[in-house]
Write a protein that binds this ligand. Structure first.
Ligand SMILES: [Zn+2]
Length: 144
């Protein structure tokens, strides 16, 4: 059996109604309202899962080993690499704020483009998830 939980690390709650697929068995299920899911009657072996959550890119999780008569618990975090604090504009490298500028996403208007050339904002591009960094330290060239 595989028992799993998908947690949204931004909202700090389980992800409801995500789709989970076992590639090798072509079996699919979904998470319940608390973010839990399970597959029963899985033959022992090594499997990979695919997970789809609305508004996020799909994600594959490899090498899940199922032992005979065993229960495998897995915990999946979304988004996967969201480990910065969006509200704090203190650079995590130099611990200062004086070289930190905001990151602007999307297609920039002309005045934003000019600000970027002057080093007052950083252009973040057009792909936006809920986990994008909001600040950029010019001293360390780091987004956070
Ligand atoms: Zn810095």
């Amino acid at each position: 059996m595989i028992r799993g939980h998908i947690q949204d690390t931004v909202k700090n709650e389980g992800v409801a109604f995500a789709k989970v697929l076992i590639n090798e068995l072509d079996r699919e299920t979904g998470t319940d309202v608390t973010g839990d899911f399970s597959f029963g009657d899985i033959p022992p072996g090594t499997y990979s899962l695919q997970v789809w959550i609305q508004d996020y890119p799909g994600r594959e999780i490899d090498s899940i080993v199922i032992a005979p008569d065993g229960i495998t618990d897995i915990s999946i975090l979304f988004p996967p690499e969201c480990n910065f604090n969006h509200n704090d504009m203190t650079c995590p490298v130099c611990n200062k704020k004086d070289e930190v500028i905001p990151i602007v996403y999307g297609l920039p208007r002309e005045e934003i483009f000019k600000k970027a050339e002057e080093g007052k904002v950083k252009l973040g591009g057009c792909v936006v998830s809920t986990c994008d960094p909001q600040w950029y330290c010019k001293r360390d060239k780091k987004s956070f």
